[in-house]
Design a protein. Structure first.
Length: 264
């Protein structure tokens, strides 16, 4: 089962250079589409038919607990939009994932998704009500793709997932194209171009951790994901992947029938 956590929108590194969230005094230069120095695998340029469940794609499975705090800073998405608010992600192995949205400032709703294959729970932290479903399989694996499932997206780019960004850089964009001061640290821009698709990743060179992931199609920015936090190798916390006590959970398919329209 594919858990699509890609954040919709558009993007480019230059689009974030004037953001209020940038470290003081930092100006991120635009990324010029350049073919990567290392030759890509023969199938990297070929359009991929089907979904992220297509056989043959490498599964991202962080051996130890991984956590990230991300936000969608894509061009055209207002900073106040609910979809632009920080989201926390935890992953471990290929079966466990937890996603927490920021509370809705107007209603207080806070959606939490917990996956411990084959179990999937979705609940609202504010109302303490939720839903449980079971993944029918046959592939009981969690995937958290960063890029949206656009038509023709190369298989290699579909393998770019939250928690495995450094591995993608090492495989498809190992050579840094330019160095960028980022507050008190040094960052490097890595790009992978496959036909009309391009991914640019700004990496913290000391920690080997992503700071920004950008996706462009035909040179136009589509998606920008910014990382406020990126931590790997955390101690096990199995309780993260279990719904807490006090949540009223309803089984999928047992929801009350809708009330008929008109007079009773």
């Amino acid at each position: 089962m594919t858990i699509r956590l890609a954040l919709a929108g558009a993007m480019a590194l230059v689009a974030t250079s004037a953001s209020a969230q940038d470290p003081p005094g930092v100006d991120v230069p635009p990324v010029v589409p350049i073919k990567p120095a290392k030759p890509l695998p023969p199938d990297a340029e070929a359009p991929l038919e089907g979904s992220l469940d297509t056989p043959g794609l490498t599964t991202c499975a962080p051996a130890q607990l991984f956590k990230a705090t991300i936000r969608n800073t894509s061009p055209g998405l207002a900073a106040a939009d609910r979809g632009a608010q920080p989201r926390q992600l935890w992953r471990q192995g290929d079966r466990f994932l937890r996603s927490e949205e920021s509370p809705d400032p107007a209603r207080g709703d806070m959606t939490i998704v917990i996956i411990a294959e084959p179990d999937i729970w979705t609940y609202n932290q504010a109302t303490r009500q939720g839903r449980h479903a079971t993944d029918p399989g046959p592939q009981l694996t969690v995937r958290a793709p960063i890029l949206p499932p656009v038509p023709g997206l190369p298989a290699a780019m579909q393998s770019l997932e939250f928690g495995c960004e450094p591995a993608f850089v090492a495989a498809y964009a190992p050579q840094a194209l330019q160095s960028v001061p980022w507050g008190s640290i040094q960052a490097a821009v890595h790009t992978a171009t496959m036909g009309e698709h391009q991914v640019a990743i700004l990496m913290d060179t000391r920690r080997n951790a992503p700071l920004i992931v950008s996706y462009l199609y035909r040179g136009q920015p589509r998606v920008v994901i910014r990382y406020d936090e990126y931590r790997q190798g955390l101690p096990d916390r199995p309780q993260l992947f279990q719904p807490p006590k006090g949540i009223r959970i309803q089984e999928a398919g047992q929801e009350p029938a809708p009330r008929p329209l008109g007079p009773s």
